[in-house]
Design a protein around this ligand. Structure first.
Ligand code: NAD
Length: 312
């Protein structure tokens, strides 16, 4: 007999999100234009670029792939920063696979950065500053794609409680995030905690606790090292378990997962064993399809943020 666990595929979430994106698109007088900069020979980067192209075309976005030599990449980005015909940009990493890649990230104008990697956008995110233009608050800050994709999945699954006020909708939830990389795990943990959750952020070095404190009194989350803690402490008390560990061999120990927990995998490998379905109430095996729609949503938001489109 099949258990009560529901397996939710990213495609279903992506489909619902696309309805919202398409409605936004209808209000514009021309399709938003995204330039994708490919300056490496990495097959995974090319696959991601091809996939972006396909999804953009299918949904009425204008995507132009720019294959450039990596030594001229920064100049090309600077030019695109001032070119009105370019609404948004994405760079396929790694380019140099060194700290120089960060210099490239910093070159992209924050007003054209669909990936949400510009220093100001990252700083806004950690500080729980949601708008670019306080106190008018008409232009939303752009969030990084994969963390936001996970949030959109949690909204779809109604883990976000819409009865509560915006910004507090994860109040009362305990969430474990296994991965603390700068691109996904750490920003994701911060976003969830800023929305009111108690978050356990786990990496190879240990566990951190992120929270806005009793009654969400703090405006943004605070971080505390949890000495001596491991998955044995976090998983049995977590309503949601989100895992993104690279490599085939890593598996979240099913026996530690709480009965009825929601389990989400964003690693390209399967971090959960098949028996997770005997424990979880909901299992989401992958998120990639949502990430790409979030990329388009970010591009749309960038266009909507422009002064001429909001009547300013
Ligand atoms: P990364 O190597 O930068 O980070 C890996 C993280 O996992 C680190 O924080 C590390 O400490 C932690 N980790 C490793 N082994 C662990 C263990 N045994 N226990 C606990 N924590 C452990 O990788 P990344 O860039 O964050 O990517 C991670 C995975 O997510 C990859 O599989 C990548 O393909 C995937 N990813 C998916 C998307 C998407 O949209 N689906 C986007 C980005 C990355």
């Amino acid at each position: 007999i099949a258990g009560p666990c529901k397996v939710v595929l990213a495609g279903s979430v992506a489909k619902q999100l696309l309805v919202e994106v398409n409605a936004g698109l209808q209000t514009l007088d021309r399709p938003p234009r995204l330039h994708g900069f490919l300056a490496n020979k990495d097959p995974a980067a090319r696959m991601y670029a091809d996939w972006t192209a396909k999804t953009c075309k299918e949904n009425g976005f204008d995507f132009i792939l720019r294959e450039v030599d990596r030594e001229v990449l920064e100049d090309e980005i600077r030019q695109a920063n001032t070119d009105d015909a370019v609404d948004g940009m994405i760079v396929y990493y790694p380019v140099f696979d060194s700290r120089r890649d960060q210099t490239i990230q910093w070159t992209v104008s924050m007003y054209k950065d669909v990936e949400g990697l510009s220093p100001q956008l990252i700083s806004n995110m950690y500080q729980n500053i949601r708008f670019l233009d306080p106190p008018a608050n008409l232009r939303k800050s752009i969030l990084p794609c994969t963390p936001l994709a996970v949030i959109k999945i949690l909204e779809y699954l109604q883990i976000y409680n819409t009865f509560l006020d915006y910004g507090k909708r994860l109040f009362g939830r305990r969430i474990t995030v296994i991965n603390r990389s700068e691109v996904v795990g750490r920003p994701l943990a911060a976003l969830l905690a800023n929305d009111g959750a108690e978050v356990y952020s786990v990496d190879v070095t240990g566990v951190q606790h992120l929270s806005r404190g009793t009654g969400l009194k703090k405006q943004r989350h605070e971080v505390r090292d949890m000495e001596g803690w491991g998955l044995e402490q976090c998983l049995p008390i977590s309503d949601v378990v989100i895992s993104g560990v690279p490599g085939e061999s890593y598996k979240v120990p099913t026996e530690l997962i709480r009965e009825g927990a929601v389990c989400i995998n964003f690693s390209s490998e399967k971090n959960f064993n098949p028996d997770v379905k005997d424990k979880a109430s909901i299992y989401v095996p992958a998120v990639g399809k949502v990430t790409i729609v979030v990329l388009m949503r970010n591009l749309l938001r960038i266009v909507q943020n422009k002064p001429q489109t909001n009547g300013k």
